[in-house]
Design a binder for this molecule. Structure first.
Ligand code: HEC
Ligand code: HEC
Ligand code: HEC
Ligand code: HEC
Ligand code: HEC
Length: 483
């Protein structure tokens, strides 16, 4: 129908009447919306723009909390708008090429400012362009912040990032955006991050990412570029008191308390020297190491450059350096100790001991520590299963001990199960193979025996230099001697 109509009109206009004579511009403008393709472009553009504006308002006012609103607003709709905008001139151009079909005059295009039609066309064109550009810039700006937000990182790939996002939400860094540690500032890291981000998104779509996500992160930006925008080594001085409470299955009431002053050091304001734990990252000090495994727990060589200019290399003979592999020396930075600055996972005994200390688990209940540990560490196939079964298991284990006790403490056992379920959900994702202890910390030496994590990777008195020095293990070098 529409085709017929235009044909007829075109025939009459080419008739020579100067008033209705449309000229080449007229045909182009008509081509934009009189052809199905042009129509499609216009509709697509209009719908995209309208929805984008709605989406931006929803995002800014925080009306809906759903990452898909953001994805559609900031990633899908701008694509639709740009596509629509490019289709419109394409449609006009195609129509003009078919001039013989529509009887279009093949004149050169001219802009005649004294013609009021041309003028209003140009003014309209400029206004529409300004509106379009404004909307695109606004959406681009908001979208840039959106893709950089922890919300995006954590929620968009919610299955994949759930462990990290959950741990992050109860860490001291919850107000620090993911990108501040994972990307940092500067254009080249930004580009690298977006490229690797794209690769990661593809891996998620193709469902071939590793479970668990491997740690350490191989190409994490050197911590000195990121952490040191907020924390700097000169600032560390003095000691930090830390208290560790441990219960045993035999004594659930009185914890063994280790109150310890950690020599966090770094800068000594009195002498101006660098010392203590943060000595490794202080000015003019460089510690580097050669690890033979991806986890960076087997350190075959350690090199140190001291502020006085001396250098020394310590070698651990037990660890063989494979000759066929190209291994890289790594300069030690914050992450080699603070590998869990924000994705902090607990160990089962820490969780249970904290429960006893805070009385979320009533320590009066006989055997509750042992039973809690068993219930927590059973293998559950999913988080849902754990949620529904931890309580039952705990109850069963308690019943084996004494039916009377179960009756007496029924309410307390239920409260304990709730706490255990919450702790489990904070730490374990069977689908991602993130289990108890999958991600261990290097900060002290509590997990040295099991996995080789922590300070004793180097401070084991087995890394020995040519002159017979070794990296020391004296307790009081790092903290006051425990009592
Ligand atoms: C305070 C800095 C910091 C912030 C903020 C941060 N991360 Fe991390 N993240 C790290 C460090 C450091 C590692 C590397 C751990 C390692 O190499 O062993 C890491 C590792 C990871 C890993 C690899 C798996 C693992 O647990 O080691 C993922 C995935 C991850 N982070 C996602 C996120 C997401 C998503 C956010 C925001 C919700 C975020 N991170 C916020 C510092 C941070
Ligand atoms: C954008 C700023 C920022 C960045 C970047 C940052 N942090 Fe922090 N960090 C903080 C804030 C804020 C706190 C909380 C201070 C407080 O609670 O007193 C904190 C606390 C800490 C703490 C003390 C935690 C505790 O339990 O007391 C450590 C350790 C730490 N950060 C290490 C790191 C490491 C390692 C990195 C780099 C991977 C890093 N931070 C990057 C801002 C930052
Ligand atoms: C040799 C290991 C090691 C290195 C390297 C290291 N730290 Fe620490 N850091 C520690 C230990 C151990 C503590 C105290 C333990 C704790 O707070 O749980 C600590 C404590 C901290 C604290 C808390 C201080 C306070 O007063 O509460 C911050 C913040 C921190 N480190 C940031 C950093 C940053 C940033 C870097 C890199 C520039 C870094 N650390 C490098 C081992 C290290
Ligand atoms: C990659 C190897 C490595 C790791 C891991 C490591 N250190 Fe060290 N550390 C060294 C070396 C090397 C020295 C210097 C030994 C020397 O000068 O003879 C040193 C020295 C120290 C010193 C003495 C600094 C001074 O006053 O001169 C302290 C304290 C210390 N480390 C604490 C720690 C703590 C705490 C951890 C774990 C959180 C840790 N180190 C992890 C390699 C390491
Ligand atoms: C290279 C430094 C270093 C050396 C050497 C060292 N420690 Fe520690 N130790 C630490 C750090 C750091 C922590 C704190 C870990 C944390 O913040 O979680 C710690 C924590 C502890 C704790 C408390 C942990 C807990 O869960 O109760 C005990 C106990 C302890 N050390 C005993 C010792 C003894 C005994 C020695 C001597 C054989 C020793 N350490 C040598 C660095 C060291």
């Amino acid at each position: 129908m529409a085709e017929n109509e235009t044909n007829q009109e075109d025939q009459t206009t080419t008739g020579g009447d100067s008033k209705t004579y449309r000229g080449p511009w007229g045909h182009i403008v008509r081509g934009m919306w009189r052809t199905p393709l042009g129509m499609f472009g216009m509709v697509l553009t209009t719908i995209s723009i309208t929805l984008m504006i709605v989406g931006v308002i929803v995002e800014i006012l925080g009306i809906v909390h759903n990452p898909y609103v953001g994805i559609i607003t900031f990633m899908v709709l701008p694509g639709g708008m740009i596509m629509g905008l490019s289709i419109i001139p394409l449609a006009a151009w195609i129509r003009r090429r078919q001039y013989h079909k529509y009887g279009i005059v093949k004149e050169h295009l001219q802009i005649n400012l004294s013609d009021h039609k041309h003028r209003s066309f140009i003014v309209g064109f400029i206004i529409l362009t300004i509106v379009n550009i404004t909307v695109l810039v606004l959406v681009g700006y908001e979208g840039y912040h959106f893709t950089d937000s922890p919300y995006f990182c954590g929620m968009v790939c919610h299955d994949v990032m759930a462990p990290e996002y959950t741990a992050y939400q109860r860490s001291p860094h919850v107000k620090v955006a993911c990108v501040e540690c994972h990307i940092g500032s500067g254009a080249s890291w930004f580009v690298q991050a977006k490229i690797s981000g794209l690769r990661q998104v593809m891996a998620v779509v193709a469902d071939n990412y590793s479970r668990p996500i491997p740690a350490p992160v191989e190409h994490l930006r050197p911590a000195r570029d990121t952490c040191e925008t907020c924390h700097w080594p000169d600032k560390f001085h003095g000691k930090k008191i830390k208290i560790f409470n441990h219960f045993t299955n035999d004594d659930q009431i009185n914890p063994e308390v280790n109150e310890m002053a950690l020599h966090i050091g770094g800068h000594n304001p009195q002498t101006g020297d660098f010392e203590g734990i943060h000595w490794h990252v202080s000015k003019d000090v460089e510690v580097s190491y050669l690890a033979v495994d991806k986890k960076r727990t087997q350190l075959a060589r350690v090199r140190v450059k001291r502020p006085d200019g001396t250098e020394e290399e310590f070698i651990k003979e037990d660890i063989e350096v494979p000759e066929d592999e190209e291994l890289e020396w790594r300069i030690m930075d914050c992450i080699d100790c603070h590998n869990r600055p924000t994705h902090v996972y607990d160990m089962p005994d820490e969780v249970v001991d904290f429960g006893l200390l805070s009385k979320k688990i009533n320590p009066e209940i006989e055997g509750i520590r042992e039973d809690s540990l068993i219930a927590l560490q059973r293998e559950y196939t999913s988080r849902e299963e754990a949620e529904s079964q931890i309580g039952e298991h705990l109850l069963d284990l308690q019943k084996l001990r004494s039916g009377e006790q179960v009756q007496k403490y029924e309410e307390d056992i239920r409260k304990a199960s709730e706490y255990l379920v919450e702790s489990y959900l904070n730490n374990v994702w069977p689908k991602m193979n993130v289990l108890w202890g999958t991600y261990s910390g290097h900060l002290g030496h509590q997990y040295y025996d099991e996995n080789g994590f922590g300070c004793f990777r180097c401070h084991d008195e087995e890394h020995i230099s040519e002159s017979g020095n070794y990296i020391p293990m004296d307790c009081d070098q790092c903290h006051d001697e425990p009592e």
